[in-house]
Design a protein around this ligand. Structure first.
Ligand SMILES: Nc1ncnc2c1ncn2[C@@H]1O[C@H](COP(=O)(O)OP(=O)(O)OP(=O)(O)O)[C@@H](O)[C@H]1O
Ligand SMILES: [Mg+2]
Length: 254
């Protein structure tokens, strides 16, 4: 089992889009996949066509130790299970601030899962607060998604420093799986940013050879509550996520 947190404190860096479509690609390759939403925005459920607001059992109750993960998980698609979040998670986040051992809640919940999964993908919120810390404590590997624009560079550097510190303090086994360039446009700017990232990452982290281009069809798929293999199976975007799943299978964190 590989447990992968998708993280970037910067908003709009394609964490959720990657969680959903990479998860779907792996599930179509007959891997057993669990998606865990750790963002009160509840976009993983929404992106797969479920109304977050009307979900009664969500990850907040697991973090509050009122329900087990088994009790909130439901099958979203074949081979693709979901532990959803909704706005209640922001209350749980506030509550966690007052508790001891608060960073281990998700990790312990995953340990008690009764189902076996090949992959667990954890979608993080755009912050480095206690919810992301729970995800990084639970994960074996962290995948950093990055929108290909200038300010993203600063964010990735900061995030790598944070992960390296975090590793010393909380989860020495956490590996950096790599950086995924997403929302890549056909501009000189994007090309410069990517060249700069490749140069600066050096051997701090793998830069995925697969890139996800900026494609409106990905936004449309999410808005229709479908993953890309349902919404546009023959699209370039679908091919990119299939390639990413393949590359993931050959890549190990370091
Ligand atoms: N490759 C892409 N092409 C076009 N639109 C994209 C692409 N990736 C993501 N988007 C769109 O950009 C917006 C932000 O993406 P997404 O929600 O995946 O980012 P996020 O990092 O999860 O954001 P947040 O930090 O708010 O959780 C969404 O509207 C999404 O549909
Ligand atoms: Mg998101």
């Amino acid at each position: 089992m590989r447990i992968i947190a998708l993280a970037n404190q910067k908003g709009g860096s394609a964490k959720t889009t990657t969680t959903i479509n990479l998860g779907a690609a792996l599930a179509l390759q007959k891997r057993k996949v669990l998606l865990i939403d750790m963002d009160p925005q509840g976009h993983v459920a929404e992106g797969l066509g479920f109304e977050a607001e009307s979900i009664e059992k969500d990850i907040s109750q697991v973090l509050e130790q009122k329900l087990t993960l088994d009790e909130i998980i439901f099958p979203a698609r074949p081979h693709l299970d979901l532990a959803p979040a909704n706005i209640l998670l922001s209350q749980a986040e506030a509550m966690l601030f007052t508790k001891n051992r608060r960073e281990d809640r998700l990790k312990n919940a995953i340990r008690r899962l009764s189902n076996h999964y090949d992959y667990i993908l954890i979608d993080c919120p755009p912050s480095l607060g206690i919810l992301t810390i729970n995800a990084l404590s639970a994960a074996h590997e962290v995948l950093i998604t990055m929108a290909a624009e200038y300010y993203a560079l600063l964010g990735v550097g900061l995030l790598l420093n944070t992960i390296e510190d975090f590793r010393e303090d909380l989860n020495p086994d956490l590996k950096i799986l790599g950086v995924l360039a997403s929302r890549v446009t056909r501009t000189n700017h994007a090309r410069d940013v990517l060249a700069h990232v490749a140069e600066n990452l050096g051997d701090r982290a793998h830069l995925f050879a697969t890139q996800i281009k900026e494609q409106v069809i990905l936004r449309d798929a999410g808005a229709h509550g479908k993953h890309i293999f349902e919404y546009a199976p023959d699209s370039d975007a679908a091919a990119s996520f299939a390639a990413l799943a393949k590359e993931l299978g050959k890549t190990r964190g370091r």
